[in-house]
Design a protein around this ligand. Structure first.
Ligand code: ATP
Length: 177
């Protein structure tokens, strides 16, 4: 199982539909993809998009104040957009996830009107269904699979109960809580 690609459209600075394709494992080893660019060019927005599509609920974590802050707000070249959509494509050809799909496609969409939806391979699901699926795959929104800026710092300063959550996730026993 590995992260295959990410499609971002209307999310934060991504006005144009953008597809990021990540390198597949090679010779049995996972690959690394690095995103480089000047300050403020949108690198962290990619990490935010990953968190968001995995069900992140905290606007603070996403560096915004209200829901519509994550929808493209317009620039000198382009007007604002009415919706934001992010799809994460996970290669499940090794069948690690208990779903019938070789490619698992998770989509989250939000409209300026406030409506929002989650889809798994095009079928509407509840956030709870998505959370259970991701917990089984150990890639939940609060999981250590997305390490944000300052997260290691916070981990060191956390209470022991909060730290236990982190280790439960790492040991793969969080879904049994
Ligand atoms: P740094 O290296 O400083 O962390 P970065 O490359 O990670 O920067 P981000 O913080 O991801 O950059 O991107 C910030 C940019 O995204 C800013 O230019 C900001 O104006 C833009 N941005 C954020 N939200 C929106 C939005 N809703 N609509 C349009 N642009 C947005």
């Amino acid at each position: 199982m590995f992260l295959k690609s990410l499609e971002i459209h209307g999310f934060k600075s991504f006005a144009d539909k953008t597809e990021l394709v990540f390198l597949p494992p090679k010779e049995g080893k996972q690959s690394i993809t690095a995103v480089v660019g000047p300050n403020g060019s949108g690198k962290s927005n990619i990490a935010d998009a990953m968190r968001w599509v995995l069900g992140e609920q905290s606007m603070k974590t996403l560096r915004g104040k209200k829901n519509e802050d994550i929808i493209f707000g317009g620039s000198t070249a382009k007007g604002n957009m009415s919706a934001a959509s992010v799809s994460m494509i996970i290669d499940n050809s090794d069948g690690r996830l208990p779903v019938e799909y070789e490619d698992l496609v998770i989509t989250r969409r939000v409209y300026r009107s406030g409506e929002s939806e989650y889809l798994v391979n095009g079928n509407t699901v509840r956030l709870l269904d998505l959370q259970i699926l991701l917990a089984n795959a150990h890639v939940g929104e609060g999981a250590y699979s997305v390490i944000g800026q300052g997260m290691i710092d916070r981990l060191l300063l956390q209470s022991s109960a909060e730290r236990k959550d982190f280790f439960d996730e790492a040991f793969g026993i969080k879904e049994f809580h």
